[in-house]
Design a protein around this ligand. Structure first.
Ligand SMILES: C[C@@H](N)C(=O)N[C@H](C)C(=O)O
Ligand SMILES: [Zn+2]
Length: 204
């Protein structure tokens, strides 16, 4: 994926709070987690309008500073090393990359990816089969978007979420039902677009 060029269009990061419902479980003091590229946020607003009556998007994490992305990647690699001590460093890197992006291609550091779920108007989260951020080991693979080992309700909720977000132009990372992106390298690859339009940046 690193072969896909990035031509950042310079679009600013926008605050999601006050526009969509945002959950505070991963909040940082500066509010970085609640920022996304402007056009991605506009697409989420469109997606929310496509949801059935009474459903809302609930944003959990958007922009991630590079240092935090590295911390997530190394932390998960350490967890895997403890569980699978026989793995070589290369195998650990590949296995960790399934669930957390290595820094070179991380879409959250570009404000181009969002982790989100569905909730009621009152903010009660719907059953999606696993919590947001459940990893493949702890969820027995149920975090995969197309996993068969979830209830019919959870399947229906994933379908509703996916239909609204796809119609708004976002793409899903199939290891994680909650991870959607627009404008990053993974989006460019999936949509056959020549370049990604958002690269890594810092929050002013
Ligand atoms: C860690 C998880 N929430 C996540 O965001 N994973 C993707 C693949 C990422 O790090 O970009
Ligand atoms: Zn994500």
């Amino acid at each position: 994926m690193t072969s896909i060029p990035v031509e950042d269009n310079g679009e600013p990061l926008a605050d999601v709070r006050g526009v969509l419902a945002v959950d505070g479980r991963l909040a940082d003091p500066g509010g970085a987690y609640a920022h996304l590229r402007e056009s991605l946020l506009a697409r989420l607003v469109k997606a929310q309008r496509k949801l059935p009556y009474g459903y809302r998007l609930l944003v959990v994490e958007g922009y991630r500073p590079p240092a935090l992305q590295r911390q997530y990647f190394e932390g998960y690699k350490d967890e895997l090393r403890g569980a699978f001590p026989e793995m070589s460093p290369e195998e650990l890197h590949v296995a960790a990359s399934r669930y957390v992006s290595p820094i070179e291609v991380a879409p959250h550091t570009a404000g181009a990816a969002v982790d989100l779920t569905l909730a009621t108007e009152a903010g009660v989260e719907l059953d999606m089969g696993t919590p947001v951020n459940a990893n493949p080991e702890e969820s027995d693979g149920a975090c995969y978007t197309a996993a068969p080992n979830i209830s019919a309700d959870a399947r229906a909720h994933r379908k509703i979420l996916g239909a609204a977000l796809e119609a708004a132009g976002l793409v899903n990372y199939p290891t994680e039902w909650w991870h959607w992106s627009y404008g990053d390298r993974y989006w460019a690859m999936t949509t056959n677009t020549r370049t990604a339009i958002y690269g890594p940046r810092t929050l002013p």
